[in-house]
Write a protein that binds this ligand. Structure first.
Ligand SMILES: Nc1ncnc2c1ncn2[C@@H]1O[C@H](COP(=O)(O)OP(=O)(O)O)[C@@H](O)[C@H]1O
Length: 286
């Protein structure tokens, strides 16, 4: 109960910063390379030993695939993938007043308050710290300028990957999303064939179908309806696009236009990140 009261208690910016700084205290500031996106260079990972921690952020509209690519990179780089949307959904699936309050906000496509997000994230970081985690790939955070400013006060972000995809495809992808209620894996039943339009190239994406043991247990997120997805896209333009500018001004952003589905995009993303031979380099120095 006390913990719940603390979660719901409005906090001042400075107490949020304190709480958050404490959670990040042992997450050493990363030593990742020169991310000189202003100079149009690819990131240069000069230390393949894995002795440093990656502190990356994934930005992008709902449905773009932040979770998919952040999760793959987290496995490759050995750092945790922390998605604030997942933290919110975990809280939603618990019973209690906060869960009801969150459901109302999330199912309307609105953003949860910065205070609640910082509390959930701090708890997640503290739990990770006690397990010896360091570094992170943040997905879905920061989503407001205030979140970005507070994050900036407490730690150094090395790289921000901004994933981009045409809006009609984003909506289709959100509507096709399914989750296995048993193992939690995400799939997509949408078969995308968007035509060339107004200078935008045609785009195809094959569905990402579940194996037979998951196919009978698929569920759809309550906020993946057309109406709510469109509201989430509107909220993204209003609240989260300024976050892109925030990092663009810091020269930390790497723009990445997804060329298609995972088979086309993943190798290109690794190439853009200069990580094509990362695994090879890591095992060579092990
Ligand atoms: N950083 C955040 N700030 C505020 N609300 C958030 C944040 N991250 C997640 N949420 C809430 O959780 C919902 C689901 O988030 P997410 O899974 O990241 O969805 P999306 O597919 O829209 O990127 C959001 O619509 C929002 O209500």
């Amino acid at each position: 109960m006390a913990a719940l009261t603390r979660l719901l208690k409005p906090s001042s910016s400075s107490s949020i910063t304190f709480l958050f700084r404490r959670s990040l205290s042992s997450t050493t500031t990363a030593v990742v390379s020169d991310i000189e996106s202003q100079h149009n260079q690819r990131p240069n990972f000069s230390d393949p030993k894995g002795s440093r921690n990656f502190q990356w952020v994934f930005l992008g509209c709902p449905g773009v695939g932040k979770g998919t690519y952040a999760s793959r990179l987290s496995t490759l780089l050995g750092v945790p993938h922390i998605a604030t949307g997942d933290l919110v959904r975990e809280e939603l699936s618990s019973s209690g007043p906060l869960s009801r309050q969150l459901a109302e906000i999330v199912n309307q496509g609105k953003l949860v308050s910065d205070e609640i997000i910082f509390n959930l994230l701090s708890k997640r970081l503290e739990a990770g710290e006690s397990k010896g985690e360091s570094g992170f790939i943040l997905d879905g955070f920061p989503r407001t300028i205030r979140q970005a400013e507070i994050l900036d006060e407490v730690t150094e972000i090395d790289l921000v990957v901004n994933l981009k995809l045409r809006e009609d495809v984003l909506v289709e992808k959100c509507l096709g999303r399914r989750i296995c209620s048993q193992c939690g894996k995400g799939f997509n039943v949408a078969s995308i064939n968007a035509k060339e339009e107004n200078g935008r190239p045609a785009m195809s994406m094959a569905p990402l179908l579940p194996p037979s043991h998951c196919s009978t247990k698929l569920i759809t997120r309550a906020d993946d309806t057309e109406h709510v997805v469109k509201e989430r896209l509107r909220v993204y333009q209003e609240k989260s696009q300024p976050v892109e500018d925030f990092y663009r001004e810091q020269g930390k952003i790497m723009e990445f236009d997804l060329p298609g589905g995972i088979p086309e995009s993943w190798p290109k993303l690794l190439e853009a990140l200069n990580l094509e031979d990362y695994e090879v380099k890591r095992s060579a120095v092990a």
